[in-house]
Design a protein around this ligand. Structure first.
Ligand SMILES: Cc1cc2nc3c(=O)[nH]c(=O)nc-3n(C[C@H](O)[C@H](O)[C@H](O)COP(=O)(O)OP(=O)(O)OC[C@H]3O[C@@H](n4cnc5c(N)ncnc54)[C@H](O)[C@@H]3O)c2cc1C
Length: 240
């Protein structure tokens, strides 16, 4: 399906959201947590070509648009190019794909654990819970290098205030890289057993959604398995 960019939102210094407005005859149905494949026209070695990349849908299916939130990766070919996307550009989509999905009937309690751009799929789930006014209890544990890297920071803090069934825990892993590290009064350091137990009291009850880089997802899964979380309750999406 061909969709047009209707808005480009700057999220952080290296992340933009591309918004694709739906119309009556053009919309993509998906389950929160799923991803699509984006065909990106580009030029490689002087030749026009198409590069395909996977992106989680960052918005909820309750919206009349589809958001892709794309973080530029160091030396990344297409993630860099996509930062220069303009309103009116058209992209070919395929999908949705994936089993990293939120099941509202089965999952009464969920813990979402993400790093960096891994927030995309998790954001779709939280926004869905908010829009549908579900009773699901959701905890988000979100890790970034510095506060400037926190995608959707303002919105997440507002959701934390407005939604009684949502709890947000942020952590910063490289406070020394901040201009004024004393301004950050929240948690610092990587997500470890102690922090996890502080954020989630009844660790064996919820379903867990892990999203981010391969190393991040692996280390989170190891922590959960050490805490005797049932493997069946752990869902993973690895970005690269
Ligand atoms: C299911 C799925 C969903 C995804 N959803 C999102 C999303 O919502 N938002 C988003 O920004 N990205 C997402 N990604 C990652 C995305 O598909 C691309 O891999 C990413 O944008 C980099 O593409 P590139 O062409 O710029 O990098 P490439 O030119 O392909 O790679 C350049 C270098 O960067 C490394 N690299 C590739 N991806 C990453 C990464 N994510 N983090 C760190 N290093 C990396 C590569 O190993 C390589 O060394 C998702 C990936 C998958 C598999």
């Amino acid at each position: 399906m061909l969709l047009t960019v209707t808005e480009v939102i700057t999220e952080t210094h290296d992340t933009k959201t591309l918004r694709f407005g739906f119309s009556k005859d053009k919309r993509i149905d998906f389950i929160p947590g799923q991803f699509i494949m984006l065909a990106i026209p580009t030029e490689k070695d002087g030749k026009k070509t198409i590069v395909n990349r996977s992106y989680s849908v960052a918005s909820s299916p309750t919206k009349d648009y589809l958001d892709l939130t794309i973080k530029e990766v160091p030396d990344g070919f297409t993630s860099k190019q996509l930062q220069n996307t303009e309103v009116g550009e058209e992209f070919e989509f395929s999908g949705p794909y994936g089993n990293f999905v939120f099941n509202e009937k089965k999952m009464q309690k969920i813990v979402l654990i993400g790093s960096g751009s891994g927030i995309s799929a998790l954001h779709s789930i939280i926004q869905y819970i908010q829009d549908k006014e579900l009773d699901t209890r959701a905890t988000l544990i979100y890790s970034n290098k510095t506060p400037d890297d926190i995608i959707y920071k303002k919105e997440l803090l507002e959701m934390n205030d407005d939604m009684p069934n949502f709890n947000l825990f942020l952590t910063i892993t490289r406070p020394e890289e901040m201009e004024n590290f004393r301004q950050w009064t929240g948690h610092t350091g990587r997500i470890d057993t102690a922090f996890l137990q502080q954020c989630v009291k009844d660790i064996k009850i919820p379903y867990f959604f892990l999203c981010g880089s391969s190393d991040f997802v692996k280390s989170m899964q190891t922590l959960l398995l050490e805490l005797k979380v049932n493997k069946e309750k752990i869902k993973k999406e690895v970005y690269g």
